[in-house]
Design a protein around this ligand. Structure first.
Ligand code: R1P
Ligand code: URA
Length: 241
């Protein structure tokens, strides 16, 4: 049984259903929704726990920031038996009708990342798994939670001098929000034949300062924590239906 070099898991911890998130601290917060939680591994940016939800075994694993580490986590989790993945992430809105803490379900993603480009030309679409997308939106609709469905953009840069112009361009094209991992996860998931989707918590209003918005995304911010836990509940429902 080979131990995967980065996530430090083996197929002995096999779990078909997986929640992915960027921040390792989010793993413990999402795990409060599970029963029988067991810490599995913590290596670099990859922290994982297992647990049970409504009779189903699940794994939660952090992926760090950006496409390369997200792809590494996805590839190694697939080797450990992962088949269905939902990213519970955060994003910055690219449209002014998206409020703080509101959720965005990615139907597809603009591939402005370098990681997915090493797998397929950018003309290859980054498309979410339809069953998981429906599961996420069904849960939010049933719980009367206003949410958004559409295209997000995944990027590699935070601090270039062109960020405002880049955001304005994708805003004009109707893209809903920006994150850094969704496009890579959707692309590599498709290529590997596993189901992947993403539900993103809006932590920055369109037009507001991105750095300040990301800085405010802490466990002390109730609106953003509400969005995070709602995203996690929707992901659990979609993975376990
Ligand atoms: O909160 P997570 O899931 O990490 O998502 C977003 O936050 C990070 C940037 O601050 C990037 O990883 C971006 O995709
Ligand atoms: O623009 C943004 C805001 C939050 N997180 C991102 O990845 N991008």
């Amino acid at each position: 049984m080979n131990i995967q070099p980065h996530i430090q898991l083996t197929s002995a911890q096999a779990c078909e259903r997986v929640i992915l998130c960027g921040d390792p601290a989010r793993v413990a917060r999402i795990a409060t929704l599970l029963a029988d939680v067991k810490p599995l591994a913590s290596n670099r940016e990859f922290t994982s726990v297992s647990g049970e939800f409504q009779g189903h075994q699940l794994l939660i694993c952090s992926t760090g920031i950006g496409a390369p580490s997200a792809i590494i986590a996805l590839e190694e989790l697939i080797k450990c038996g992962g088949k269905r993945f939902i990213r519970v992430g955060s994003a910055g809105a690219l449209q002014s009708h998206i409020a703080l803490g509101e959720l965005i379900i990615a139907e597809a993603a603009v591939r402005d990342d370098g990681g997915s480009a090493s797998y397929a030309p950018v003309a290859y679409p980054a498309l979410a798994n339809r069953v998981l997308v429906n599961g996420l939106s069904d849960y939010l609709r049933q719980h009367q939670q206003h949410h958004h469905l559409g295209i997000v953009r995944s990027h590699d840069s935070f601090y270039t001098d062109q960020e405002l112009d880049i955001c304005r361009r994708w805003h004009q094209l109707g893209v809903l929000a920006a994150d850094m991992e969704t496009a890579a996860l959707l692309t590599v998931g498709r290529i590997r034949g596993v189901a992947v989707a993403a539900v993103l918590n809006n932590v920055v209003l369109y037009g507001d300062n991105t750095v300040e918005g990301v800085n405010d995304y802490t466990a002390a911010e109730p609106l953003l924590m509400h969005g995070e836990m709602l995203a996690a509940r929707a992901a659990l429902a979609a993975l376990c239906c």
